[in-house]
Design a protein around this ligand. Structure first.
Ligand code: NAD
Ligand code: K
Ligand code: MN
Length: 346
């Protein structure tokens, strides 16, 4: 690869604070990435209130035509329906066919100030990213007995198979794969997911060496808290994967350290798992680690292994020191202290 053009979409809230941090970290390994270029792009609720659309066509066009990959921050989606608004991140995953959301959740070793955090969590949530309840087909009608709301949940064989393949690929380097579902209740939808993922090794024998286990989603959350070490790769439909990764984030101390990539066959987008964190926005204390690690994960996915490893190694060493922990991890460091130190160590 000759050039690397990265679209930057900080979007709302602390996205504006942590995506510039991720950019700084990538620039610090710039010598490993020839012809690095950044393109600033807009999306989000603030963009919606300003322009009437949360995902301007120019942003989509630039991502498709100009960018090799992107970093997305976080969007502030209102809990109530706002006419004309629709989440740009859900739309982007669909438009760019980023069908897998890969979320490694790893304990930062020796984060001693974080009380009660088990030191040995090391798992990857592989979340299906295009369907399930996130197709957002909801309807509201008024009946004789009051309002009635319905949502359609879509599970297809195609999407289940490709997320299954992605998960088995990741599991080739790890001993175990757990399928998470609720097919005891939802035997048709989750049943199809389960059956399709289970059948992946029949199609591709190289996956037969992976040990497969299953766990219903509710008891999976319970077990995650009781004995996180049993989990390795967790593959799940969209909604369960979303919930599981936030739960797993609690185990490692904070959502502020958990990265992800949205990956498809032709594009990859790094994105911290957390949202726009309105409770801490503008205070300069957002933890930039999730975004910086998302940048490293994205570079790794693109084959820039050396640059990715340099970022990760620097982050590993910085989060070991109490002086560089932000308030979410029990410290008093500010975003810029952490970023400066990471860049220094890179
Ligand atoms: P959130 O992830 O924004 O925040 C949850 C808690 O974690 C808050 O206490 C927050 O301060 C803390 N936190 C999150 N990231 C942090 C960081 N980097 N450093 C320090 N602390 C951090 O979830 P929420 O409060 O449920 O949602 C807020 C908004 O974010 C909502 O509008 C929601 O729609 C949106 N959201 C967006 C995405 C996305 O962009 N993909 C994901 C989740 C939520
Ligand atoms: K996010
Ligand atoms: Mn989420």
């Amino acid at each position: 690869r000759k050039n690397l053009t990265i679209g930057l979409i900080p979007a709302d809230g602390i996205g504006q604070e942590v995506i510039p941090a991720a950019r700084t970290a990538i620039e610090a390994v710039g010598s490993d990435i020839p012809s690095l270029k950044f393109v600033d792009l807009v999306a989000g609720f603030e963009t919606f209130t300003r322009t009437g659309t949360a995902l301007p066509p120019e942003t989509v066009e630039s991502l498709k035509e100009e960018c090799d990959c992107a970093l997305f921050g976080s969007v502030s989606s209102p809990s109530r329906k706002v006419v004309g608004y629709s989440s740009p991140i859900v739309a982007l995953r669909k438009i760019l066919d980023l069908y897998a959301n890969i979320r490694p959740v790893v304990s930062a070793k020796q984060v001693s100030p974080v009380v009660g955090v088990p030191p040995d969590v090391d798992l990857v949530v592989v979340r299906e990213n295009t369907e399930c309840l996130y197709i957002k087909q909801e309807e509201l009608r008024v009946t004789d007995h009051g309002k009635e709301a319905r949502a359609t949940r879509l599970i297809t064989e195609r999407a289940s198979r490709r997320i299954g393949q992605m998960a088995f690929d990741i599991a080739l380097n790890r001993p175990r794969q757990a399928m998470i579902h609720k097919s005891n209740v939802l035997s048709v939808t989750d049943g199809l997911f389960r059956e399709t993922v289970r059948a992946v090794p029949d199609i591709e024998p190289k996956y037969q060496k992976v040990t497969v286990m299953e766990q219903l989603v509710d008891s999976a959350v319970y077990r995650l808290f009781r004995e996180p070490k049993v989990f390795d790769v967790m593959v799940a439909p969209n909604l369960y994967g979303d919930i599981l990764s936030d739960a797993a984030a609690a185990l490692v101390g904070s959502l502020g350290v958990v990265p992800s990539v949205n990956a498809g066959d032709n594009f990859v987008m790094g994105e911290p798992v957390h949202g726009s964190a309105p409770d801490i926005v503008g205070q300069g204390i957002a933890n930039p680690v999730a975004s910086i690690r998302s940048a490293a994960l994205m570079l790794h996915h693109l084959g820039y292994i050396k640059g990715a490893n340099r970022i990760d190694t620097a982050v590993d060493s910085v989060v070991r020191e109490a002086a560089y922990l932000t308030p979410d991890l029990g410290g008093t460091a500010r975003t810029e202290d952490v970023v400066n130190e990471i860049v220094k160590r890179i």
